[in-house]
Design a protein. Sequence first.
Length: 91
Amino acid sequence: MMVQYKIGERISIIVPRPEPNFDRACDVAYRMALMRFGGDDCGHLNNVEDSERSTDSVEVEFKSYRHSGGMGGQAMVYTFEAWVERYEDEV
């Protein structure tokens, strides 16, 4: 069964990286958000309830960065928040 998200429902996206690289983490977070929302090649968001291709946009916002290290090595973890925003034309 597929998860159905609602417009405006925020989800957490966690991106572990082997090296500090903010740009790559942002790209990965956006791709992960598209996958979670069921984005396809035509712009449909199949896992979002009542999604409309012409007015909906996937939004991703950076929340935090954690870099930890010790004798066992280092770990970088980026946290993002993602949601689908509806932008309707004003008449």
